[in-house]
Each structure stands twice: as structure tokens, then as C-alpha cells.
Write a protein that binds this ligand. Structure first.
Ligand SMILES: Cc1cc2nc3c(=O)[nH]c(=O)nc-3n(C[C@H](O)[C@H](O)[C@H](O)COP(=O)(O)OP(=O)(O)OC[C@H]3O[C@@H](n4cnc5c(N)ncnc54)[C@H](O)[C@@H]3O)c2cc1C
Ligand SMILES: *[C@@H]1O[C@H](CO)[C@@H](O)[C@H](O)[C@H]1NC(C)=O
Ligand SMILES: *[C@@H]1O[C@H](CO)[C@@H](O)[C@H](O)[C@H]1NC(C)=O
Ligand SMILES: *[C@@H]1O[C@H](CO)[C@@H](O)[C@H](O)[C@H]1NC(C)=O
Length: 612
């Protein structure tokens, strides 16, 4: 059995630094704490928006007294980023309504949450769903879509309209009465069926287009001694009976039918509230304190469910998935990295008959960085270590077919090495001829340069060129695109690959090299019309990456690259994350007696290799 620090692989290395004492926490547990402390996606705990995650979603939503209005969003989607400030403003604006209708948000780009977003069939981001009080879990219970506003005012209007519709349909009984008084015959009816503790009824007279009456009723619903009602100013019969002549007014009615015309600014929500509150103060009625600004995380957790690959991949979801992937922008997917790895070893290395000399050295260097940094689970890391050791032991020559067979063996289901089917996600082109492997390979090497830069920076002996040299060797000796290979070698010479000084600088060098290729290929016939070659990253994904004069801001570019290609940001859509999180129990014995490694000489494998 391995020690606890085993889990502290390159794959979760950043988090492991932070929680050294708790290195055995699962990634999903770590995410739970992260969302507790820092919030998630586009929202922090101070924003007033209730942050929903896979850990609390069910307990917060189902069978609750209050209703919910929830934004299902994707933190990579630019629209969602622009939308978030107005959503925060809404949550603060209606924070007095929280016990009646709570404002929430869930980040569908977080893999832990993806099952929830899939269950609710979220096709576009952001989607706003309303869930009535006492909502029950069920396959058809999706909630009701609410039209988005454009700012805090229109958000609030759409919400109050929804709440009014709820009462029209017989729900929303926890809300104060939100429907106007249409009845004209009898003023006494206003006082019938009132709870006994009501001492004053306020009647707001407003135009039929106004939503101020119901809004103020929601705002002041915590004051038990009052009831706020409204009627439209075309209800001339009722107004006649009450002797009201102005088209907007607020009157306080008390039993037995004293009537006071309030004065104030009745064109605004705040004006009406103030008039009512002043009146209550004059009558010595205690007004409950207003809600504090920051929300309180309720800390209720539900069990996490592991997403199911086959259901994700069903045809009816494929289109939504493609859209989602696109919206996730520059995100790196486990599936693309694994597919690139498999093709590189099976198809490219695997087609070489005799790997020796420079080719063998290049293969060793490539496997070395893979074994160190590829974001595999436990079994995958054992697999790469054994493969590396096997090749390292070869002094003279190794046959590509051997490598091919070893990978084929590792692909068997019971090996639990690969977490994903051999497919492209982000690297899928709009037609079969576009994107695919070259795209995956770029992503893989960007990922590896960042992993190298993320790894122990105190290690003075680490070679800043370990990844770039491995890439150069791979591209030169194995990459099937001959022109690409030549261009890349040429660029490596001209742009001084060998003089890169640090591992962070290597990240930037590869970014620069890739952008050089992008520039050359822009408008080329190989360009996927749906994925034009652009200078990376686009400003909409990283607004700070460029200075106002259009030049690159290199520290920001580096930050962005280290963010999107970070091991902790690899997305597991379509991957079986159980395999990636497979704990020590599920691990193979270190001496490799399990069947998948029967073709590999495992004598060289030491515990310290596995730990890399
Ligand atoms: C080493 C190498 C050399 C190549 N040389 C040639 C060549 O000479 N001629 C040729 O026709 N094709 C060449 N190709 C293929 C070409 O670069 C593209 O990979 C291919 O056209 C597919 O393009 P794509 O739209 O999928 O995006 P790709 O260019 O493959 O990019 C994949 C993803 O990487 C990210 N990305 C883009 N730019 C950057 C950047 N600067 N930094 C970090 N991330 C970035 C984006 O998310 C993008 O979607 C080469 C590929 C490789 C790996
Ligand atoms: C007042 O206007 C509303 C909305 O236009 C309408 O539904 C209602 O019937 C009108 N009431 C009277 C008494 O005219
Ligand atoms: C492979 O290389 C070795 C040594 O370089 C040589 O002896 C052998 O004949 C080669 N085999 C093939 C199939 O080319
Ligand atoms: C190593 O493999 C042998 C079989 O080859 C097995 O009997 C033994 O228990 C294994 N050791 C460990 C530590 O798993």
C-alpha cells in the first residue's frame, strides 16, 4: 500500500500544496470546501446570490417552504459573465424576499455540477428556472423557465410577474396577496378573511401597468400587523365608494374603517415604502430589522453522484453538449488529452518499426514528461510509469508494435487506466477533416508546459526545457504531419527554443509559437470555418491579456495560460471521473501482477517512481 501523499500527484498538485495536512481529501470534498469558503464560478459568498453546488442543491431545493429563482450558468460563457453583475444586484435588491423566494446560481461548467445541469436539460446559458415552494424531485419536474431581464429593474419585474402568475394559478400561498382587488361591490370585503393580528390595511391605487403594489407587499411582508393590497385606478366603482379621486395614492385603512390618506412620492417603490413605514412609526408599530446584506450559507450537503458516461453521450444530448463545449471556451478536457495521448502512442509511435538512437531518446523524453505530468488517476500513473521504465530499460532498440500492444492492453475496461472514450470534445471539428489530433497535441503540450511550471518551484534541478525538448523530439521524430514537423523545427531554431530560461517562460514560448502558426494558417483551407485561427487568447476570454494599445500583456497572458491549462481546471465532461479519483483501494498492486501489465517488465518500478 502506498502512503497518503500518493494522492498528491501532479494532477491535483496545487490543491495539495494548500491542504498538505489533508492530502487524502477527495477532489470533490476539496471542491466542497472551496465553494464554502470562496464561492464558485462567477459568484462569491458576499454577492447575495445563494451558491448552489452538487453538495447542497437537493437539500436546498426540494420540499422547501420557499420558492427559488435559479440561474443555471457556465462560468466560461461570456454572456454569463456579463450577466452576473445584474444577477448579484437582483439578489441584493430582493434580499427581503429571501424567505419567500430565494435567488440562486449554479455553475454548470463545474464538473461536479454537470449532472444537475444535465438533469434539468439546460441548453443555453444562462437559463433562469423558477421552482415553486415545496418543489418535489422527479424526472419531469424541471421548474419553469423565466424570461431574463437586462438589468436589476427588469429582472425584478419579470420575477414579480412570475410570482403574480403563480398566485393566479393557485400556488404561491406563502407570498402576501399579489393580485389586485377587482371586486367593486363591497368595501367590507377588503377586511374579510384577514388574519387577526392585522391592524392596518394599506391600499395602493395604481395604474394597471404598475407593479409597485405587489413589489412593496413583498418588500414589507415581514411586518405582521399590516396587509398591503392594491387596486387599479380604473376600478372607479371601488374608488368612488372610498372617495378617492387621485389616480395614484396610498390609503391606510383600519378597523373599524378609519381611513387615512398617506402623503409621499407614490411613483416609486421607495416612496411608497417610506410613506407606509412613517405611518407605522407614528402608530408605534415595531418594524422588523431589514435583512443583513451578506447571505448565510446553509451548509446542508447532499451526496455527490458520479456522472454516467453513457447517458451523457446519448444522441439527444449531443447537440447540447457541443454547444456547451463551445461555450466553455478555452477549457481543456480530459477526453481530448487522453485521446491525444492514445493516438500519439498507438498510431504515431506505434507505426515505427525500429525505434532506436535519436528516436529512442525522443520517446524516452516524451514518456518522461507524460509520466510526470499527465493528469491520470492512480492506475493511469502506474501504467505510464511502467511504460516509461520499460522504454528506459531498452538500450538499443524497441519496436513500435510493442508500445502499441501495451497501450491496447491498458485500454481494456478492467484496467481502469483511461477514463474517456477515444473521441474529441473541444478538438472536434465541424467536419471530420478539421481539428482532431493536431489540436489535441497542441493542447497536450500546452498542458504539460503549465504542469511543469506548476510543479515544485523550489526544485532548482528541474530542467526548464524538459517539456519543450520532449515536444521538439516528438514533433521531429514521430509527428505524422511532415510539413508541420519541419516548420516547427525551423521555428524552434529561429525563435530560440533552446535559450528558454525558466519553466514559466517555456509556457509563454509555446504560446508564442502556437500563435505564430495560427497567424500563418489564418484563412488557410485547412481552417475549420467554425473555429477560425485567431491570436490566442481572444480578448473576450481574457480582457486583461492585451493592453489598451493592443499589445500583449505578458504577465496576464501567462496567468491566463496557467489558469486554463492548469491541472485543476481539466474538465471531466464525458469522462468517468471515478477512474481518475480511484483511491488506493482500487489501485493495482505496485509489483504489477495485474493482467494489463503482463507484457511489461515491471521489475524497475519502485514506489518512488509511482509517486512522481
Ligand atoms: C507542432 C505543430 C505544428 C503545426 N504546424 C502546422 C503547419 O505548419 N501547417 C499546418 O497546416 N498545420 C500545422 N499544424 C496544425 C495546426 O496548427 C492546427 O493544429 C490544426 O490546423 C487544427 O487547428 P485548430 O483549429 O483545431 O486549432 P489549434 O491551432 O490546433 O489549437 C488548438 C487549441 O489550442 C488553443 N490555442 C490556440 N492558440 C493557442 C496559443 N497560442 N496558446 C495556447 N493555446 C492556444 C485553442 O484552444 C485552440 O482551440 C501544426 C500542429 C502542431 C501540433
Ligand atoms: C382595468 O384595467 C385592467 C388592465 O388593463 C383590466 O384587466 C380591468 O378589467 C380594468 N378594470 C376595469 C374596472 O375597467
Ligand atoms: C532494427 O534495428 C536493429 C539495430 O539497429 C537491427 O539490428 C534490426 O535489423 C532492425 N530491424 C528492423 C526490422 O529494421
Ligand atoms: C506481487 O506479485 C506476486 C505475484 O507475482 C504476488 O504474489 C504478490 O502478492 C505481489 N505483491 C504485492 C505487494 O502486491
Amino acid at each position: 500500500m502506498y502512503g497518503k501523499e500518493q494522492l498528491c500527484s501532479a494532477f491535483i498538485v496545487l490543491l495539495c500544496f494548500r491542504v498538505t495536512q489533508n492530502a487524502s481529501l477527495s477532489l470533490s470534498e476539496q471542491n466542497k470546501y472551496k465553494s464554502l469558503i470562496e464561492g464558485q464560478g462567477l459568484y462569491t459568498l458576499d454577492d447575495g446570490v445563494e451558491i448552489l453546488t452538487s453538495h447542497n442543491f437537493k437539500n436546498e431545493l426540494y420540499g422547501q417552504k420557499n420558492a427559488w429563482l435559479i440561474e443555471f450558468y457556465n462560468s466560461w460563457c461570456g454572456f454569463c459573465q456579463r450577466f452576473a453583475p445584474s444577477w448579484k444586484a437582483l439578489a441584493n435588491d430582493v434580499r427581503e424576499w429571501k424567505d419567500l423566494v430565494n435567488i440562486g446560481a449554479i455553475d454548470c461548467s463545474d464538473d461536479d455540477n454537470s449532472k444537475i445541469c444535465r438533469d434539468f436539460e439546460i441548453m443555453a446559458y444562462p437559463t433562469l428556472l423558477y421552482f415553486h415552494e415545496n418543489f418535489q424531485e422527479g424526472p419531469d419536474n424541471r421548474g419553469a423557465e423565466v424570461v431574463k431581464g437586462t438589468d436589476v429593474h427588469t429582472h425584478r419585474e419579470k420575477l414579480i410577474e412570475k410570482l403574480i402568475r403563480e398566485q393566479t394559478e393557485g400556488r404561491g400561498k406563502i407570498f402576501p396577496p399579489l393580485l389586485p382587488i377587482h371586486d367593486t361591490s363591497n368595501v367590507d370585503k377588503i377586511f374579510s378573511e384577514l388574519p387577526v393580528d392585522i391592524r392596518y390595511v394599506f391600499l395602493i391605487v395604481e395604474s394597471p401597468q404598475s407593479l409597485l403594489g405587489p413589489t412593496v407587499a413583498m418588500d414589507l411582508h415581514k411586518i405582521n400587523e399590516i396587509r398591503i393590497l392594491h387596486t387599479f385606478n380604473n376600478n372607479s366603482q371601488l374608488l368612488g365608494k372610498l372617495g378617492i379621486t387621485t389616480s395614484t395614492s396610498v390609503i391606510a385603512l383600519s378597523l373599524p374603517k378609519d381611513m387615512v390618506h398617506l402623503s409621499g412620492d407614490f411613483q416609486t417603490r421607495a416612496g411608497i415604502s417610506t410613506a407606509i413605514l412613517n405611518f407605522l412609526e407614528s402608530k408605534k408599530i415595531k418594524i422588523p430589522e431589514r435583512s443583513p446584506k451578506p447571505p448565510i450559507f446553509t451548509g446542508k450537503w447532499a451526496d455527490v453522484e458520479v456522472p454516467d458516461i453513457s447517458s451523457l453521450m446519448e444522441a439527444r444530448e449531443r447537440e447540447a453538449l457541443n454547444k456547451k463545449i463551445k461555450e466553455m471556451g478555452d477549457a481543456v478536457f480530459q477526453m481530448d488529452l487522453e485521446t491525444a495521448l492514445r493516438i500519439s502512442l498507438k498510431t504515431e509511435v506505434g507505426r515505427m518499426k525500429n525505434i532506436s538512437g535519436e528516436k529512442l531518446a525522443a520517446l524516452k523524453a516524451y514518456l518522461n514528461v507524460l509520466a510526470k505530468y499527465f493528469p491520470f488517476g492512480q492506475n493511469g500513473r502506474v501504467f505510464l510509469n511502467q511504460l516509461r521504465n520499460r522504454v528506459n530499460e531498452a538500450t538499443n532498440t524497441i519496436n513500435g508494435e510493442q508500445i502499441f500492444e501495451i497501450v491496447k492492453d491498458a485500454e481494456k475496461d478492467n484496467s481502469k487506466v483511461f477514463s474517456s472514450p477515444e473521441r474529441w470534445l473541444a478538438c472536434k471539428g465541424s467536419k471530420p477533416q478539421y481539428r482532431g489530433y493536431p489540436c489535441g497535441l497542441w493542447k497536450l503540450f500546452h498542458f504539460l508546459t503549465v504542469s511543469s511550471a506548476e510543479s515544485d518551484l523550489n526544485d532548482d534541478h528541474a530542467d526548464p526545457l524538459e517539456v519543450l525538448n520532449a515536444m521538439h523530439g516528438y514533433i521531429k521524430n514521430f509527428f505524422g504531419c511532415f510539413d508541420c514537423s519541419n516548420h516547427f523545427q525551423d521555428m524552434a531554431r529561429k525563435k530560440g527554443l533552446s535559450s528558454v530560461q525558466s519553466r514559466e517562460s517555456a509556457v509563454l514560448w509555446l504560446w508564442m509559437a502556437h500563435n505564430t502558426v495560427n497567424k500563418r494558417l489564418s484563412g488557410d483551407s485547412t481552417e475549420d470555418p467554425e473555429n477560425p485561427k485567431v491570436q490566442f487568447p481572444l480578448t473576450e476570454r481574457c480582457s486583461l491579456c492585451k493592453n489598451t494599445d493592443g499589445s500583449w500583456n505578458y504577465p496576464e497572458v501567462l496567468k491566463y495560460l496557467k489558469h486554463v491549462y492548469s491541472s485543476i481546471n481539466v474538465r471531466y465532461i464525458g469522462s468517468d471521473s471515478r477512474i481518475l479519483h480511484l483511491g488506493l483501494e482500487g489501485a493495482l498492486p505496485s509489483n504489477g501482477s495485474s493482467s494489463i501489465f503482463q507484457n511489461i517488465d515491471t521489475k524497475g518500478l519502485q514506489e518512488k517512481d509511482v509517486r512522481s
